[in-house]
Write a protein that binds this ligand. Structure first.
Ligand code: SF4
Ligand code: SF4
Length: 140
């Protein structure tokens, strides 16, 4: 419990405005607009990258769940900042996710494979966004 509170405090203080992160009301706009979620999520198995879930776990101080998760858990984020732009509560999600990645490295939990996968995701996301843009242009 103490560990959870300490972890929560560290992340909160890392955020540019410490109180703001607590205003998350789990609307899921971040996940709904995240291109990595779009290319990795599976509604039938509830798997894939989930920024909304990561913010919830952060607020609950669930350090182990976040840092002991699979490669996608925190390393799926490509820092495209879409979630920062759409969050109605002005939460800087990418700051939180950067903190989590730094913690993972500091505790020696990151794997080389994670970084390789992240490069792959970055390419996938670029392709996804490019395709979205093309579809939008076709509509207009
Ligand atoms: S968009 Fe913002 S308020 Fe909504 S779930 Fe994500 S972090 Fe929380
Ligand atoms: S910054 Fe990360 S979590 Fe946010 S939308 Fe982009 S890939 Fe998803």
């Amino acid at each position: 419990m103490e560990d959870s509170l300490e972890f929560n405090k560290l992340i909160t203080e890392f955020h540019i405005e410490p109180e703001v992160i607590k205003y998350c009301y789990q609307c899921s706009k971040c996940s709904d607009n995240c291109p990595v979620t779009a290319v990795t999520s599976d509604q039938y198995t509830d798997t894939g990258y989930n920024p909304r879930g990561n913010i919830l776990m952060t607020l609950l101080g669930r350090k182990d769940s976040l840092l002991e998760g699979d490669d996608l858990k925190i390393w799926g984020c490509t820092v495209c900042v879409t979630c920062d732009e759409v969050c109605p509560q002005k939460i800087e999600l990418t700051e939180v996710f950067t903190f989590l990645k730094n913690q993972s490295i500091a505790l020696g939990k990151v794997q080389i494979l994670s970084m390789a996968k992240q490069k792959l995701f970055t390419k996938m996301v670029k392709l996804y966004r490019h395709n979205l843009q093309l579809r939008e242009e076709e509509k207009n």
